[in-house]
Design a protein around this ligand. Sequence first.
Ligand code: AMP
Ligand code: GLY
Length: 426
Amino acid sequence: MDILVIGGGGREHAIVRKLRESPKVGKLYCLPGNGGISRDAVCAPVGAMDKEGVLAFAKERRVDFVFVAPDDPLGAGMVDFLEGAGLPCFGPNAKAAEIESSKVFSKNLMKKYGIPTADYQVFTQPGAALGYIKQQGKYPVVIKADGLALGKGVVIAQDEAEAAAALKSMMEDRIFGESGSQVVVEEFLTGPEATVLAFTDGKALYPMASSMDHKQAYDGDKGPNTGGMGTVSPNPAYTEDMARRCMEEIFMPTMAAMNAEGRRFKGCLYFGLMLTPDGPKVIEYNCRFGDPETQVVLPRLETDLVDIITAVAEERLSGIHIQWSEKACACVVMASGGYPGSYPKGLEIAGLDEDGQVSGMPEATVFHAGTKLVDGKFCTNGGRVLGVTALGDTLEEALEKAYGAVGSISFEGAMYRKDIGRRKLS
Ligand code: AMP
Ligand code: GLY
């Protein structure tokens, strides 16, 4: 099978590398890909949102299957478009992808079907939202833009002034464009966070190995929110008992709810969970693999990924047995100085061999997130640059190997957290 992956970040690199392990895979393509991915798949400068361009490429290369990884093409109907042209895909159609692309839709879905989540209200006017927040008088309070905002559309306001500022920038200044036409104001939840990705074809749902993201930019969970600065799998707070509860109270009810709404979800459904003292609650759904969660979850997958994604597309997932490695996995993101704000690009990365890996350290894998090749050299080309990843018999061993490899990579201004996987889970 010749497979085309859409996207060009660390997640897509992890997907491409896992697909390469399959004896069933012939040619691998990735659009647009990046410098590191081009070592493992044929990349071309076709944007992930360019439906016509993707279809033309897939036809020309006679691709058999398309894996659409990022949220924006999924939300914009890439799968509907390609399937309409006769190409089988992994990923939800636009109606199902709305579980991520509209927070108002997903909150209302949870309320309607009794799926545990933070209490909330939806507002279309900043004045009304602020009035409600003042009347509640409970801080911190969480304010979320309705639509996609590159993971930056959530503000945890500590007081009235911060809440007012957040509402103004989202709803009046429209810093996230139309995404700010509606906001969700919700209760602040506490507890360890966990991410659980699940394969589902709308009939069966199989949770993958659990993981934990580290969203804040700096050590000790300080600083601004990012797309994710590092991950570990399994998530130490996600016990077997918790997994059973989540399956019964959250995962299966979500699949059933989407079916009942006529929005059968096929692909990878991402559950962002808060394990609160009152039980697990949904913080957010995503309609796709997480980034950088994928980088620690897929290395632990022992079943052929091609068997799973084709089964999902053909709605016969219940016949597949999915096996996970007992090993732990850790990923440390190396980011550009200044991320998540503005940062330079085009800086040469030292310490990578011609495959984009750290030579002499086969125990670590470097997933490329924002790199490009310039005259045969890897250079920075994004906020998150590399996801340095390792498996180990224990989390400690995985972290040691990942940080060992991080130590031999450098570029000007490189920034990474030193405390991935070391969070206290009280
Ligand atoms: P989201 O983009 O919805 O995942 O939100 C980003 C981050 O904000 C989450 O990973 C949480 O750490 C935090 N967050 C979101 N909603 C809440 C909430 N209701 N209570 C506490 N923290 C939250
Ligand atoms: N790491 C969080 C996300 O992919 O949205």
